[in-house]
Write a protein that binds this ligand. Structure first.
Ligand code: 2NE
Length: 275
């Protein structure tokens, strides 16, 4: 496969190939922990992938291995820039902008697949969790650390985790802050499959190519439907946005617009009231 650089950033890598975007956190010396700049760059790249009509699937991963041989998907917020009110950016402003990124990944009408080698920990664990699918390498390690390091994610990190693995297991994960290996993650439904680390990207590409054979509108409506079950009015907005999209694509929908532009009354009488 031939990846082309889509845009240059400082903390991340952004590549594209036929129908697939690949976004890679590139801070292996920090186990791919994110600082505010990392999150702004991730947000920018994910926005680009959302807007690009040639892209159907995004692979989200972490650069590695580091020089010590260890891999990481992401180890969460960069504790070395954590200030009194969040993760402090270059201008000295404290932020928790990863929450914006979580919402973008969740609501974008493309399939996002996390490719996890090594650590997916803390806010990095939540990032894989909110992806549509997760492919784990055999060396993957999953954990929440919040109560150990003075943090927590009571949003998707808690409630969506409980939807995925069940209430008891989610409470265990957060209250005990244990580490779970790839097989344990598979057993609790936290990941979709396990592959050897050297096959991780190839497996992601294979899954992406299978998805790209499918109907884009069917996939986007399904993603919105899965979200609507958990996301309250925001989830309904997403699902209903797809109904509006489909309505705009009908003759009936465009009759209203055309009548307005032609300064005439709309003629909806030709359209049936279907049962
Ligand atoms: C990830 C883990 C378990 C890896 O352990 P190990 O032993 O393999 O590596 P080590 O030596 O701990 O880490 C290697 C280097 O990466 C840095 C370390 O400080 C170390 O740097 P040097 O000493 O070599 O200079 N590093 C690793 N994780 C970092 C981090 N998150 N921030 C800054 N530097 C980091 C182990 O490293 C670990 O437990 N890391 C901390 C995980 C963590 O607690 N993350 C924050 C959770 S809170 C959060 O992410 C969050 C939230 O709860 C709510 C909203 C938003 C964010």
């Amino acid at each position: 496969i031939h990846w082309q650089t889509a845009k240059n950033y400082e903390d991340i890598l952004y590549h594209k190939t036929d129908g697939i975007a690949k976004i890679t956190i590139n801070r292996p010396h920090k186990r791919n922990a994110f600082r505010p700049k990392t999150v702004f760059e991730l947000y920018d790249a994910f926005c680009d992938a959302r807007e690009d009509t040639s892209i159907g699937v995004v692979l989200f991963t972490g650069a590695g291995p580091h020089t010590d041989g260890k891999y990481a998907f992401c180890s969460g917020g960069d504790q070395s820039v954590r200030g009194q009110a969040g993760y402090v950016d270059d201008a000295g402003i404290p932020r928790l902008n990863v929450l914006d990124l979580q919402r973008l990944i969740r609501s974008m009408p493309k399939v996002v697949i996390a490719l996890v080698a090594g650590y997916a920990v803390g806010g990095g664990h939540v990032l894989h969790l909110i992806c549509d699918l997760t492919i784990a390498a055999e060396n993957a390690i999953f954990a929440q650390t919040g109560p150990k390091v003075g943090s927590f994610d009571g949003g998707f990190g808690a409630s969506y985790l409980a939807r995925v693995v069940g209430q008891k297991k989610a409470r265990e994960i957060w209250f005990l802050c244990r580490q779970y290996n790839a097989q344990e993650a598979l057993d609790m439904g936290l990941v979709n499959c396990i592959v050897p680390v050297e096959k991780l990207e190839a497996e992601g590409i294979q899954w992406a190519q299978e998805i790209l054979e499918k109907s884009p509108i069917a996939i986007r409506c399904l993603k919105a439907a899965f979200n609507a079950d958990c996301d309250g009015q925001a989830g309904l907005q997403e699902l209903a946005g797809n109904a509006t999209l489909l309505y705009y694509m009908t003759e009936e929908g465009s009759e209203g617009k055309e009548a307005f532009l032609e300064k005439r009354p709309p003629n909806f009488r030709t359209f049936p009231w279907l049962p």
